[in-house]
Design a protein around this ligand. Structure first.
Ligand code: SF4
Ligand code: SF4
Length: 57
């Protein structure tokens, strides 16, 4: 499991990357999560203004 980005909804604002304690998110046009680094902490999902990032089962 790791955080997953809805690439259609993501605006590339970078808010999730700023709060990720594991530095698992990089943002180019849209955010991308490195599933090897993600700890499923949920910090990014709380921060996203458009709910484009979520924890998948
Ligand atoms: S769930 Fe936590 S570790 Fe994973 S990408 Fe989001 S902020 Fe980073
Ligand atoms: S906070 Fe949301 S909209 Fe902003 S880069 Fe992250 S996933 Fe995309």
């Amino acid at each position: 499991m790791s955080a997953k980005v809805d690439e259609d909804a993501c605006t590339g604002c970078g808010a999730c990357a700023e709060v990720c304690p594991a530095d698992a998110i990089t943002v180019d046009d849209v955010a991308k999560v490195d599933s090897e680094l993600c700890t499923d902490c949920g910090a990014c999902t709380d921060e996203c203004p458009v709910e484009a990032i979520s924890l998948e089962e």
